[in-house]
Ligand binder design. Structure first.
Ligand code: FES
Length: 341
């Protein structure tokens, strides 16, 4: 069949533009990767949002019958998942990362289990160490896939640690009844087990070029992990630290974790304010309600950069609220945290 060709241009945030041609029946991501365009992607099936791009000109549509995680409002505002998207004309996309980011490809490495520690009623801290001779780089906020030994499945987690702590990697794992990783960590994991890990993946990472702007972090549950990594990366960077607001929440006080880690960071970083939230059973010093409800007038300025990580409804509510408070939608970055069994 004759696949009519169109020219697609991708504009990266560092001013680099790359063009390639794509057939009308071909996924734009496939054509871009064949042309060695450094786009971010992971699942290639519409579920991870890594390949998100903003249509800036022309006509490109989601392939008929494909289902994606994009909200109808995001789609009508021009957002597209390139792995599901076909060009109907010549078109242009903007992506919110620089051309260097996608060039660091995922590695597969071996890691040793260093420690497994329960830190809340349903959260474990998993500390891993890269095997001798293995190495990988990642940006704060990106995620890795870990193969669960004996279960034949992989699970995605973002390190709560930073690249500066390599060869150590730390993850926060939410325990789910019947979950593969939960079963492994609770019943089988022993020190010195060797796991296979691959990464980094994802387009959710600290934007270095915006590090001087005020930051807002909104985290639900173990969505805190990539946020801690980002806060630490800002702390480890040179120069004056920006004002930072962390709004972190769990359902009940017993489910909260890493509060000491947050306090310690507040001592190190006087410009970090933390609001700890619970939906139920409020106590002194805790905000009652979601981490979104803890955001208020005066928190946001025109150049605020926001990073959101948690369940999709929290992300949607936080995005709406931040825009209402004056944030620029282009400065809001989010990653949905999906619990999988
Ligand atoms: S690569 Fe995962 S949504 Fe496109």
């Amino acid at each position: 069949m004759n696949d009519k060709q169109h020219q697609v241009t991708v504009n990266f945030s560092d001013g680099v533009s790359r063009s390639f041609s794509v057939g009308e029946q071909t996924n734009i991501l496939d054509a871009a990767l064949a042309a060695e365009i450094p786009l971010l992607y992971q699942c290639r099936s519409g579920s991870c949002s890594s390949c998100i791009a903003q249509l800036a000109g022309g006509d490109a549509r989601t392939r008929p019958g494909a289902s994606s995680t994009l909200l109808a409002s995001e789609y009508s505002a021009g957002q597209r998942l390139l792995c599901l998207c076909q060009a109907q004309s010549d078109c242009t996309f903007d992506v919110a990362y620089s051309s260097e980011v996608g060039s660091s490809t995922a590695q597969q490495v071996h890691v040793f289990v260093n420690a497994v520690e329960r830190i809340a009623s349903n959260v474990m801290r998993l500390t891993l160490e890269l095997a001798d001779g293995d190495w990988l780089e990642f940006r704060p906020g990106q995620f890795m896939q870990i193969e669960v030994p004996g279960y034949g499945v992989v699970r995605s987690y973002s390190p709560s640690s930073t690249a500066a702590q390599l060869p150590k990697l730390e993850f926060l794992v939410r325990l789910l009844p019947g979950g593969a990783m939960s079963g492994y960590l609770e019943e089988k994991a022993t020190n010195e087990d060797v796991l296979t890990l691959s990464g980094p993946y994802g387009a959710f990472f600290l934007r270095e070029e915006k590090r001087r702007a005020p930051h807002i972090f909104v985290a639900g549950g173990t969505g805190l992990a990539p946020i801690l990594s980002m806060i630490d990366a800002l702390r480890q960077g040179s120069g004056r630290k920006p004002p930072m607001l962390l709004s972190f929440g769990c359902a009940v006080p017993d489910a909260l974790f890493c509060l000491e880690d947050i306090e310690l960071r507040q001592q190190w970083l006087p410009s970090l304010e933390a609001r700890i939230c619970v939906d139920r059973e409020p106590r002194d010093g805790l905000h009652q309600g979601s981490p979104v409800s803890a955001l208020r007038e005066g928190d946001v300025s025109a150049d605020t950069v926001a990073y959101l990580c948690g369940p999709q409804p929290m992300i949607d509510a936080a995005t709406t609220r931040l825009i209402e408070l004056g944030a620029n939608p282009a400065n809001i970055f989010a990653e949905q945290f999906v619990a999988s069994h």
